[in-house]
Design a protein around this ligand. Structure first.
Ligand code: NDP
Length: 286
């Protein structure tokens, strides 16, 4: 079984981005800028924001965290996003999800300028994604597809099953897989799927994005299946994915670990989107 090491792959991408940024800054360009907005004090979100800032620092990207107290109103948050949209030194903006109750994530995501939407969640970017047009792509789907390509796996002509249809993971991943570039035959499963086991057993590539600890067992894949486990579940025994990793690793041809698979690739894609947005703003790419 091939273990697809997202940590190592992400380190390589981050290194390349750091080199690119260093070269442009040495030529006199300003550094790329990312603004991360966090509302409230959710401990997991605080860790995610810190990790993103650390990754930015290592890549030479200026990052700033805007931390607003729980209880912040939507109007106040939208005002901050307007200010960040207007700043010429900020290339990427993201609002750390989930937002506290009372704040509408769709409204906030939609208030970010599409060309600074480095999470790729804005309706304009999602619409372009669906149409197969160039856009800032959601980081987790882009990250797992990059990981597959780094390991030489090509889903073209294969049956890909995506379990989960959220707007941030499952749905954009399915849209990408169905595009000519990836050319997979795609099935999307969700909580209304009648026979999940039957769908999973048909998969050559199985993408798990349910958020259900070890819900998919080895009896649900065929021998030689390639399993990309995106789920991150906190259990008393630590982090685990949606797959029963131990049992499945004896049957799958390749798997991603949790942690260390999709997670690090997501951060690498966030940096890549930020650097892309920066280069576009500076006129370095068309
Ligand atoms: P959501 O809760 O938004 O979506 C979960 C999806 O799984 C839904 O479409 C839901 O169906 C489906 N689902 C849930 N239970 C079942 C079931 N028993 N059978 C079939 N389908 C089911 O989660 P996200 O998409 O935001 O995240 C999914 C997982 O990925 C989480 O564990 C999250 O932590 C992780 N994640 C990892 C990231 C990374 O960087 N590695 C980044 C983002 C998320 P329905 O639509 O019918 O409710």
């Amino acid at each position: 079984m091939i273990l697809m090491d997202g940590k190592a792959a992400a380190a390589g991408i981050r290194q390349e981005l750091a080199t690119l940024v260093r070269m442009e800054v040495a030529r006199g360009m300003r550094a790329p800028g990312l603004a991360v907005v966090l509302v409230g004090d959710d401990p997991a979100s605080q860790i995610y924001v810190r990790n993103k800032q650390k990754a930015c620092a290592e890549a030479g990207i200026h990052s700033e965290a805007h931390i607003l107290p729980r209880g912040t109103g939507q109007k106040e948050l939208l005002h901050l996003l307007d200010t960040l949209n207007a700043r010429t030194d900020i290339d990427g903006i993201l609002v750390q999800l989930p937002l506290p109750v009372g704040l509408d994530a769709a409204v906030c995501t939609g208030a970010i300028a599409p060309d600074k939407d480095v999470d790729g969640f804005h309706p304009v970017n999602m619409g372009k994604l669906a149409l197969g047009l160039p856009c800032l792509k959601p980081c987790t789907p882009a990250g797992v597809l990059r990981l597959l390509s780094i390991y030489g796996f090509n889903p073209a002509g294969k049956k890909a099953v995506v379990v989960g249809r959220s707007n941030i993971v499952g749905m954009p991943l399915a849209l990408l897989l169905a595009q000519k570039q990836f050319n997979a035959t795609v099935t999307i499963c969700h909580s209304g799927t009648a026979d999940l086991k039957r769908e999973c057993l048909a998969a050559d590539y199985l993408f798990l994005a349910m958020g259900r600890p070890r819900a998919i067992g080895a009896d649900m894949i065929h021998e030689g299946c390639i399993v990309v486990d995106i789920g991150i579940n906190r259990t008393p025994g630590g982090l685990c994915g949606d797959a029963d990793f131990e049992a499945m690793s004896r049957k799958a041809a390749a798997m991603t670990p949790v942690p260390g698979g999709a997670g690090p690739m997501t951060i690498a894609m966030l940096l890549e989107n930020t650097v892309f947005s920066w280069r576009q703003r500076l006129g370095l790419v068309s």
